[in-house]
Design a binder for this molecule. Sequence first.
Ligand code: HEC
Ligand code: HEC
Ligand code: HEC
Length: 309
Amino acid sequence: MSRTRSIVLSFTALSAVYLYAFPSATIPYLALVLGHVVAGFVLAALLIPTLIRVRSAGWILVAAGAGLGILLTLTGASRPFSPLLYAHIGTSVLGVVILLSTGMRRPVVGFAALFAAVLALGGSAWAVREVRWRSTHRIENPDMPPASQAQEGDGVNGSFFPSSAQTSNGTTIPAKFFMESQACQRCHPDIYEQWSSSAHKFSSFNNQWYRKSIEYMQDVVGVRPSKWCAGCHDPALLFSGMFDTPVRELIDKPEAHAGLGCVMCHSVATVKSTMGQGDYTVEYPALAQLAASPNKVVQALHDFRGERE
Ligand code: HEC
Ligand code: HEC
Ligand code: HEC
């Protein structure tokens, strides 16, 4: 019994360190979140007999941590509930440190040493999480702008040339990805409402000034140069490769009226410079496909980490 308890406790502790230090919008990460929660429930059940014969402060704190964890599964760990999240982490960590040190020959020294180790581990995890994020997401302009357009983005042979925009894996992205802003509406209704009548919504061929400009441009210089405009105006057409077709042939398709949906801006993984020519990299993450899934089970799993209004 106590052996199972220790194993489950070790798993929750190790998974917690990983979840804190390496957050990512990936399916393995989501699976580990669920694993941590399931292990937490199992641990809470295993702790009930211990609590009846209250003996160890360590187990009581771990049980309190588990209780706060169960509460978190009801509220969600979004920003308004971060005090609850940190209380859960603090109580659980303190419980584990006390548990480990009471087994030692000199508990006080052991407690001090373990506490220092936890601080060091916590500090490193914070550094891995925050410092790495901040350094990789800094926009650093090159010393000089490129001498010619051919040196921007993927270069002359790139799928999106002459736009500087790139995709993170170098391939195209289905147009549908940029057209599912209503997937966000469920939880961000007011932002969706504002966006619905915004210039961003009307950035592509649902904007007659833009439409006429591109039609004229394509008549005069051909389709390719107009892809430069698409890097900012038409993500659904550009990244799916549809923009290679003259716009007059596309004008009735919904993709041509997509505008700048929520995931256009919210999938920009890096901004390569601030020179203003659409110099960014866009990512097509697997979890984004989950959010938009029509499958109720998949949606419930996805929502588990999100809002309950
Ligand atoms: C199931 C509900 C849900 C859906 C669907 C959803 N969100 Fe959110 N979103 C949230 C919650 C909850 C937060 C706040 C998280 C927090 O406070 O920690 C949030 C926060 C955000 C943030 C702010 C993040 C930050 O770090 O400040 C952005 C940006 C965002 N959502 C964009 C989107 C986009 C784009 C979509 C559609 C693809 C979307 N959301 C769909 C629930 C949702
Ligand atoms: C670097 C990003 C970027 C590129 C590239 C770009 N645009 Fe724009 N465009 C914008 C922004 C941002 C606005 C909105 C400006 C404002 O309202 O002040 C805009 C506005 C417009 C408008 C006015 C729309 C309206 O409703 O008022 C037209 C027309 C337009 N662009 C055409 C083009 C054409 C044609 C090209 C290619 C030759 C192009 N744009 C390339 C970012 C870009
Ligand atoms: C043109 C680009 C663009 C589009 C389109 C866009 N966003 Fe954003 N969004 C941003 C930027 C930039 C920020 C960060 C603003 C800041 O930090 O002050 C942001 C912030 C947010 C936040 C966090 C707000 C907060 O209070 O912290 C949410 C949530 C969000 N967007 C959801 C959406 C949703 C939902 C849509 C579609 C209906 C959408 N966005 C469309 C660029 C965009």
